[in-house]
Design a protein. Structure first.
Length: 242
């Protein structure tokens, strides 16, 4: 059987409704919230600050440390609190997806700590976390070459679609989930995971879909930064719209 109509009525290339805001946690050095459908990620950035334990210090540049957490009641069935193999994996891929745009050479021996809280989850949480983290790092004033936007694409039954929700990920005919991240202007892939099976042509099609989706996300991210700095800092507009 073919997947002819999406469960929530979206088009196959349609992303869920997005919202983004920066400066949501006053005490943090940088913060942002990114919402996509029912999935909500809030990020607080602290740093650059002295790195402890000291043996982890890098005398050449600051170290990015991401801490992803999905709170217990972010899903309908209570999730066991605390770190897991899944969160360890997501911390790692989040760091890898953000590092290509960051320049931490000005901050030797420091850490930039990025706390990602998923307060509500309906799939796509690692991507929402990356989108929010990228905004929070920009808000913290960390030197960045670009923003990073992320979205999951995939295959449900026989269709290549964007921004799978949980029901689609659990489709009885099988689903392949491909989280992707792209750097804003450079359009370079900084994250590509693949959970399932697709052919080469399907993967190329999925990446194209993800690339277009990330363009849309980038607009929402830029607007969030512009709204925050509206009227205050003109150069932010210049940086974002060169
Ligand atoms: P992502 O959230 O990045 O898509 P996964 O594919 O691992 O990452 O998870 C898909 C979705 O499954 C999550 O967004 C969440 O809705 C749900 N989920 C993940 N872990 C749990 C858990 N321990 N308990 C209940 N639901 C979970």
């Amino acid at each position: 059987m073919s997947y002819t109509k999406r469960f929530d009525g979206r088009k196959f290339d349609e992303i869920r409704k997005m919202e983004a805001k920066v400066g949501v946690i006053p005490r943090a050095d940088g913060s942002a919230t990114f919402k996509i459908g029912d999935t909500i990620a809030t990020v607080a950035v602290y740093g650059p600050r002295s790195m402890f334990p000291r043996f982890l210090q890098n005398p050449e540049k600051g170290v990015l440390r991401c801490y992803y957490d999905m709170i217990s009641f972010s899903v309908t069935e209570r999730k066991r609190p605390g770190p897991s193999r899944r969160s360890t994996e997501i911390n790692l891929v989040t760091e890898k997806s953000l590092l290509p745009v960051l320049d931490l050479t000005q901050f030797p021996n420091t850490a930039v700590d990025v706390y990602i809280q998923i307060t509500q989850a309906n799939a796509g949480t690692r991507c929402a976390g990356i989108c929010a983290a990228s905004l929070a790092l920009a808000h913290a004033g960390i030197p960045m070459k670009d923003l990073v936007a992320a979205i999951s694409v995939g295959k449900v039954s026989d269709k290549i679609i964007i921004d799978l929700d949980k029901k689609e990920e659990d489709h009885k005919e099988g689903a392949t989930d491909i989280p992707l991240a792209f750097t804003g202007r450079g359009k370079q892939i900084s994250l590509l995971q693949l959970d399932g099976e697709v052919t080469k042509d399907e993967l190329i099609k999925a990446i194209e879909l993800g690339r277009n989706g990330c363009e849309e996300i980038l607009k929402v991210q830029k607007k969030a930064l512009q709204d925050y700095y509206k009227g205050e800092i003109r150069w932010m507009e210049i940086i974002l719209n060169p």
